[in-house]
Design a protein around this ligand. Sequence first.
Ligand code: 1GP
Length: 243
Amino acid sequence: MLNTNEIYNHFAARTGQIAILIDPDKFNTEKLLLPLLKKAEFAKVDYLFVGGSTVTRKAFTETIAIIKKNTILPIVLFPGAAHQVSEDADALLYLSLISGRNPEYLIGQHVLSANEVYDMDIEVIPTAYILIDGGTKSSVAYVSQTTPIPNDKETIILNTAKAGVLQGKKLLYLDAGSGAKNHVPAKVITILKKLNQPIIIGGGIRSIESLKELSAANVLVIGNRIEEEIDFLLDIKEFVGKN
Ligand code: 1GP
């Protein structure tokens, strides 16, 4: 574990930053990854997040190695399970799924990976991971066997985030789940701002309008939309330029 806050300080430094989520289940060859990395650099996105709910160790390791070799962008691990860790990354989001009540994702997977992570030269960021209902049954909710918080239950969302902060989480990650019909409402960001922690929002962000609407968050994570149409990165470039 590295004693540095470099990536964390970047997260905290400003709002409206962009992360692309690379799911090694879908993007795991040079042929697929190289154009994506090139365009991501051209668009001047801020981070590459890597991880997924159902990724194998082999796909994960190979994908990280290809990314590391071919980009200067910071690599941040967004692991779906204990085996999704690597020293080739710059930081690890140390996620506790605190919207759920499944001990496996509150502490179980952490114990399995702790020995390996503890000795890695990587920045580890304690993260409150909160699933918000996005209008579809998401992979992450199914795999973790947890129930997301309804998106209009603002008090529950706020109290969950507060509990995370009291437990020492330094980052709030609100996720509507990959492929969500509805992204996390902008109002949730407004409510959580008072906790003075950097906020990451992901799930169902598919348009520049949504990016603008959510730009009070520190980091906005986009997965599916770019997998479907890599040239969406050109629109993102414009957003990044103006933001
Ligand atoms: C990351 O789950 C998101 O937090 C990614 O969601 O694939 O819908 O962009 P999308």
